[in-house]
Unconditional design. Structure first.
Length: 215
């Protein structure tokens, strides 16, 4: 009996071996994401060259020759052509090569009610006259081939107005002049007389003079 009791004591002192647990129970319930930071690669030479080409192609019109640009501007009012000089240094002097002039006092902002006020009309004419004077004085020495002159909003019975129009027309008279269109606000005491020098314009093919009678 003593021997059997000692065997029981020895067997009771031995710890039981735990069962194997599944691997999934040992891992965390939520997966741990590990992000690797990618190294930023420098831009390739191909991408740099493409970006330069895109920038250069944005302003293709400025790459045209002066003659082509002048021809394009010849279809616009001269007041608008002069404003293109602020676009970039490339455009600063393009308008000076124009051989076609579209001069009109309508190009300037005015109050529709000022027509009945002679003083305001004359002030508007002075502004228009200063612009025409600057255009004619800053042009390159290219002869004018065509001029459309319209003065219907600001002309008054004033010697300054009459002399100004006479001066502008005489300034373009020459052998290169092909077209001359004159539209003025008719004043009873003023009728523009075409200069005799027009007879020397051997290439003149179109001459039009229009008087607008006030209502």
């Amino acid at each position: 009996m003593a021997v059997s009791n000692s065997k029981r004591q020895k067997s009771s002192s031995i710890m039981p071996i735990p069962k194997r647990q599944k691997l999934s129970t040992l891992l965390p319930s939520t997966p741990v994401s590990i992000h690797k930071r990618k190294k930023s690669s420098p831009p390739s030479t191909m991408a740099v060259s493409n970006s330069k080409r895109e920038k250069a192609s944005d302003d293709r019109i400025s790459s045209l020759s002066d003659c082509v640009l002048s021809h394009i501007l010849s279809f616009l009012p001269t007041h608008t052509c002069v404003q293109t000089s602020i676009l970039s240094p490339r455009w600063r002097h393009i308008w000076k090569d124009l051989t076609v002039l579209h001069l009109s006092d309508d190009s300037f902002k005015f109050d529709a009610n000022f027509i009945q006020n002679l003083d305001k009309r004359f002030q508007h004419f002075e502004k228009f006259a200063d612009f025409v004077k600057n255009v004619l004085s800053h042009r390159m020495p290219y002869k004018v081939q065509k001029m459309n002159l319209s003065c219907t909003k600001s002309l008054v019975d004033n010697k300054v107005c009459q002399d100004s129009i006479n001066t502008w027309v005489h300034s373009v008279v020459g052998s290169d002049l092909k077209e001359l269109n004159l539209t003025v606000y008719s004043i009873d005491s003023y009728h523009f007389e075409l200069p005799i020098a027009l007879s020397t314009c051997t290439n003149l093919v179109s001459l039009r003079q229009v008087y607008l009678i006030p209502s």
